[in-house]
Design a protein around this ligand. Sequence first.
Ligand SMILES: C[S@@+](CC[C@H](N)C(=O)[O-])C[C@H]1O[C@@H](n2cnc3c(N)ncnc32)[C@H](O)[C@@H]1O
Length: 277
Amino acid sequence: MKRINCTIEPDYFEIFAVELNGYGFEITKREEDRIEFTIYAQDEEFESIKEMVEEIFADIGKGKVSSVENISEEDWEEKWKESFKPIEIGKFIVLPEWEIYNGSDYIPIKIKVAMAFGTGLHPTTQMMLKLIPEFLEPGDSILDVGCGTGILAIASAKMGAQVDAIDIDPQAVEECKINAWENEVSIRCFLGDVEEIDQEYDVVISNLQMEIFQKSFDTLPKKFRKYWLLSGIFQDVEREKILNLSREYNLKLVRIESMQEEGRNDHVWYGFVFKRS
Ligand SMILES: C[S@@+](CC[C@H](N)C(=O)[O-])C[C@H]1O[C@@H](n2cnc3c(N)ncnc32)[C@H](O)[C@@H]1O
């Protein structure tokens, strides 16, 4: 296992995070003039991840890899344990797998491993977790596009839905399977791109990013029967882009949610629910 330590100016960090496309990172220091963060990579994927990170820095024209460290699997697990505490979100409580929940006020979602995106800490995941119980009915067929750890797919399955979950990242598909097993729910997790969805579902859930929505707006609105829950939209500019696209494709806005990033009042994320007009 390797740590890829990076640094970038705060104003460019969000652009970088979006470009990283859901890959997990840990912020180690926030200063006025820079953010330091670490990306963890398995040895076999290290070269390709480092190359991808450097390409993003080159595209943005900001940021750099400052150092690379070898760490043992055990050290990484310890670090991960320190940083992952139970969190209550809507009807759910998201827990690391070593925590036991004995209460009855929340529905537990256990996350066993998470190199992929989706520990429940990000506002985009949290908005979706709040919307899922409201818009899903037991027995609904659901597609979670970009499942990451499988957190939203598991929440949907716990609401009694029949769930398919796809991701373009093999690591995410693997983690989704492990986490589904850990939560004792049945989910069909498989490798797949948003462009390749070949069937309709009652509800489509997608916490992706603006660039992917822009490319897939021709296909995604045709894949749901009841609702489309969408998140991953950053700041007002992207919110307007989504609203314009939804009008163009005759979708009716049922709900719009917003949430600020912790400690960053100027970083606002949006979530939407659409149905057909
Ligand atoms: C922001 S994460 C969301 C993870 C999780 N669903 C959550 O809400 O916390 C986005 C996920 O979408 C996946 N992804 C990116 N592009 C995709 C595409 N074209 N088709 C399917 N999945 C994609 C990424 O690999 C990543 O796991």
